[in-house]
Design a protein around this ligand. Structure first.
Ligand code: ZN
Ligand code: ZN
Length: 334
């Protein structure tokens, strides 16, 4: 394993430069460079830790010397140059076999400890929303709101932001992944915020769209349409549902309302902000299962006017989708 989230997931090691080998017999070996040796021994006390300036080739060479005949390599986490280095290290003594999504599939189902971390990340995110978005006033800029969200999350215990907050006022709310600018908030603007906290390595993802001042009829209507689609998709996100079909349900509803679907319905959330299972048209993810943590985030965007997205992070349980982000989905008029 060389994907750091996968290394962390299986070994507990949180350093940024490491490679992990796990044998069929459960025998495991972690390679890292000299900066992380003490940390690796502390975080992964049950593993053999070897020092190597280039952990992945170092680990392959060490496995070759130990008589290993074949090693799986995570195809998604190496560059062509790194593959060359791995072949050089293997030196025809060990066969390298490509693997795809093996650990990601394990990671898709969260255990109780992971769900607790995700729940905390979502609680911090909810608190930041209430602290910042509910207190917006005219004249504040998108950049200032993004900074305030970041500070509020840090103050509430986040180790970092899950990603750079997206804050869009007025027509900017129609740009799905808008980068905050110096635009000032004006009366009648839709305000779309998409942000989340990271806690103990786990991410949260929340989008709400509110309006400054009384909502215009079209804003109310747009928000109600998205809220209805989001509610229906949450209700359908039960064990056994197919992620690609959930996406189709959302895009069909958006199309039926007279609009063009702009992005997928959602994604898994965990050690990465976007991970398996993906709720997209081309998703090959299997049926949803209890313990999966996903987002449900339909949006409708009217270019030049404004857009609405409503997004929750939640856990799939036997009883259905249980939202971990819980702030109101009603159209707030600030
Ligand atoms: Zn989001
Ligand atoms: Zn998302």
């Amino acid at each position: 394993m060389t994907g750091w989230e996968n290394v962390r997931y299986l070994s507990g090691f949180t350093g940024s430069n490491g490679a992990l080998f796990i044998g069929r017999d459960g025998n495991a070996r972690l390679a890292t460079d000299g900066r992380y040796l003490v940390q690796a021994a502390a975080e992964s006390p049950d593993l053999d830790v070897i020092e190597s300036r280039r952990p992945a080739p170092g680990l392959v060479a060490s496995c070759r010397d130990a008589g290993q005949s074949a090693i799986g390599i995570e195809a998604a986490h190496v560059t062509l140059a790194q593959v060359r280095g791995l072949h050089t290290a293997a030196d025809d003594g060990v066969t390298l076999v490509e693997t795809d999504g093996v650990v990601e599939a394990l990671r898709a189902v969260k255990d109780a400890e992971e769900i607790a971390a995700l729940r905390r990340a979502c609680e911090i995110t909810d608190a930041a929303f209430s602290d910042v978005v509910l207190k917006l006033s005219p004249g504040v800029t998108e950049r200032q709101v993004a900074d305030r969200l970041y500070s509020a999350m840090r103050a509430a215990g986040a180790e970092a932001a899950a990603f750079d907050p997206i804050v869009g006022f007025g027509p900017h709310s129609a740009i799905p992944h808008h980068q905050p600018t110096d635009r000032e908030l004006g009366r009648g603007d839709l305000v779309k915020t998409d942000f989340g906290a990271r806690y103990d390595g786990y991410h949260a993802d929340l989008t709400r769209t509110v309006v400054l001042g009384p909502a215009a009829h079209w804003q109310r209507e747009l928000h109600a349409q998205v809220a209805g689609i989001q509610q229906d998709c949450r209700a359908a996100a039960t064990p056994g549902a197919l992620p690609s079909q959930l996406d189709t349900q959302a895009s069909d509803a958006i199309t039926a309302a007279g609009y063009r679907p702009a992005h997928g319905l959602g994604h898994g959330v965990g050690l990465q902000i976007h991970e398996d299972p993906f709720l997209t048209p081309s998703s090959t993810a299997g049926e949803l299962a209890p313990g999966m943590v996903i987002t449900i985030e339909p949006g409708i965007y009217l270019e030049g006017r404004g857009g609405v997205r409503i997004e929750d992070t939640g856990v799939v349980t036997a009883a259905g989708f249980d939202p971990l982000t819980t702030v109101t989905r009603d159209l707030l008029e600030l």
